[in-house]
Write a protein that binds this ligand. Structure first.
Ligand code: AMP
Ligand code: MG
Length: 407
């Protein structure tokens, strides 16, 4: 049986990043950059005030510690205007936050530190302004280029765009962005016991929960989902669902259940009839029945049916595939070292256990969230992390360090 990393390598080698496309910035949230972003200009682009106040020559405030200094106010500079004055000695200009600093000025005294106390909207600038505070050159000024310079690489290829990245691109006037196409994934569940969430439960039936978990995972990973519904436990039903993928542009087909050794597990067989299976088991827990192959030339991953196993299979195998397809180079999940608060027994397979993580005196402590049955979705709902117990380990003593994937 393949180890987890062997299986993952085999799967990943089958995929490459989707094609590039250029989209309007507004369409690019959560997309992955297909090229580095180079700043077309400095940020900020002009020296501007970080406060509402008065632009002054810092020299003019030299006496201000000892006594009050009074300057004549020769201009009023709201945000968005281009100042048309050059301040001479003894002069000031009223200025608003974000407005361009006029020639001659090199600092701003905040309005709160002057005798001009009227801050109501619409107030006209005073004729003079007085203050008793010493101001240094550069005080309350955001200088051109202090954030970044023209030509700097501001975001690297392979980065999934966060909301704050969108703002930076907008600040730089980058209206169109080269990104990777959204991967498109077909999804189905299988099992005679499964019924819709809005149908009443009858004897022996359960609601299909995997479809909901998988669809949410895929959508959060920036994927277009083709939801195929639920296949019954017979060849005709599985074949009929799989047939729907044939004329579709898809990067991957994923299913849950029906890939084990049960008498009604028809998914493997249906895949092999029009494609092939590279493997259908991995040496791990939960999630041993995990199939990989292709159907009519389209890559296929068959996840286990048990809800926790399906989730773990997604995290361990599907997520890396989606990241590779998306062109994403920065992983979406992070692994940290944690210490186990209890003794953990394992069967020697690479195991993924549900745990909460808390910090105690700077140490991350992991505690299991109840019984670790692969049908116990609550244990996953309550978990903040998956502990990875490596292959070959049968016992993890209290206090031992293990890796944990943060969820
Ligand atoms: P199987 O892989 O078909 O043997 O299914 C393993 C277990 O997972 C069984 O208890 C199934 O009832 C359960 N299961 C399969 N598919 C789903 C699903 N879509 N939602 C919830 N549980 C499921
Ligand atoms: Mg089944």
């Amino acid at each position: 049986m393949l180890t987890v990393s062997e299986a993952r390598e085999r799967i990943l080698s089958r995929f490459q990043a989707t094609a590039k496309e250029t989209l309007a910035l507004i369409e690019c949230a959560n997309r992955v950059l297909a090229a580095d972003i180079v700043a077309p200009h400095d940020l900020p682009l002009f020296n501007n005030s970080s406060m509402d106040g008065f632009a002054i020559r810092a020299d003019d405030s030299a006496e201000a510690d000892a006594s009050s200094v009074t300057l004549s106010v020769v201009a009023d500079i709201p945000a968005g205007s281009a100042p048309n004055v050059t301040l001479a000695k003894g002069q000031a200009a009223r200025i608003m936050t974000g407005a361009q600093i006029p020639e001659g000025a090199d600092a701003v005294i905040p309005v709160e530190d002057t005798d001009f106390s009227s801050q109501a909207a619409g107030t006209l600038a005073p004729k003079t302004v007085s203050f008793t505070k010493h101001i240094k050159p550069g005080d309350n000024v955001r200088s051109r280029g202090i954030d970044l310079h023209e030509g700097d690489i501001v975001l690297h290829k392979g980065r999934r765009l966060k909301p704050q990245d969108m703002g930076l691109l907008a600040m730089l006037g980058i209206a169109n962005v080269e990104v990777h196409k959204k991967p498109r994934v077909a999804l189905f569940s299988s099992g005679d016991e499964l019924i819709d969430v809005d149908a009443p439960l009858t004897a022996g039936k359960i609601h299909d929960s995997n479809s909901y978990v998988m669809k949410a995972l895929l959508q959060n990973a920036g994927v277009d989902v083709m939801a195929l519904g639920v296949a019954k436990d017979n060849r005709e039903s599985v074949d009929a669902l799989l047939q729907k993928t044939v004329n579709e542009e898809l990067d991957l087909i994923i299913s849950s259940a029906g890939v084990s050794v049960g008498a009604f597990d028809f998914v493997k067989e249906a895949i092999e009839s029009q494609g092939r299976l590279d493997f259908w088991r991995v040496h791990m827990r939960p999630g041993k029945p995990l199939a990989f192959g292709e159907y009519q030339g389209k890559p296929f991953i068959g996840l286990p049916g048990n809800p926790v196993s399906a989730f773990v299979g997604f995290e361990v195998f599907v997520r890396p595939v989606l990241e590779k397809l998306s062109g994403q180079l920065d992983g979406s999940r992070h692994t940290v070292k944690v210490r186990c608060a209890e003794l953990i027994e394992s069967d020697g397979r690479e195991s993924y256990l549900r745990a909460t993580i808390r910090e105690e005196n700077g140490i991350q402590i992991a505690e299991l969230t109840g019984h670790q049955g692969s049908g116990n979705l609550l244990s996953l709902v309550q978990a903040g992390a998956l502990l990875i117990i490596p292959a070959g380990v049968k016992c993890v003593p209290v206090g031992q360090e293990v890796d944990a994937i943060l969820l």
